[in-house]
Write a protein that binds this ligand. Structure first.
Ligand code: ZN
Length: 178
């Protein structure tokens, strides 16, 4: 995916971040970058059309490829050093240390596609802390309208306990999206 590793604004440099960024500020920044937009009828944030279109195209492009192909990009490491286990979700480890977990390959595909698409539009993306980038990417997954793996409808299931979040799964292939 050579066309996806070039970040067009690499010359525009903002100072590297040192402090974690809170959730409200992350949302503000996503609006500023035209990733999210205010839906006045719902009085809530929704994906901006253009971002949604580009994100979906990337998801389609990545679907069906080996996860290790793009995990190296997401985790900023050599994919050959990564081990992926698929038991009740994907766990990615490097030399015995867990470096990433996703509820399904579908969720991973959505995140990698969001990562690449955000990298193109988000000011100063390359200078953000890794944890901030991870949070921005994970935050977008709740805006998915169909399954990243098969386009099936997504449905929320009630949380198992009062503390846990509801689970969202695909009605067609059963992938857990989050
Ligand atoms: Zn599905």
């Amino acid at each position: 995916m050579t066309d996806e590793t070039d970040h067009a604004d690499a010359t525009q440099h903002t100072p590297a971040e040192t402090e974690p960024v809170d959730g409200a500020e992350l949302a503000d920044r996503l609006v500023e970058a035209s990733v999210l937009t205010e839906d006045e009828r719902a009085n809530d944030l929704v994906l901006a059309d253009r971002f949604q279109y580009n994100w979906r195209r990337r998801i389609e492009h990545l679907r069906g490829r080996e996860p290790t192909d793009f995990l190296g990009l997401l985790l900023d490491t050599n994919p050959e050093t990564l081990t992926v286990t698929d038991e009740e979700g994907l766990t990615v480890s490097q030399q015995g240390v867990t470096v990433g977990e996703w509820p399904s390959e579908a969720a991973l595909v959505a995140d990698v596609a969001a990562f690449v698409t955000l990298g193109e539009v988000f000011p100063g993306w390359d200078d953000l802390r890794g944890s901030t980038r991870d949070e921005l990417v994970a935050r977008l997954r709740v805006f998915l309208e169909s399954c990243p793996a098969c386009e099936g409808a997504l449905t929320a299931e009630d949380a198992e306990t009062a503390e846990s979040a509801p689970t969202v799964t695909c009605e067609d292939c059963g992938a857990v999206v989050f």
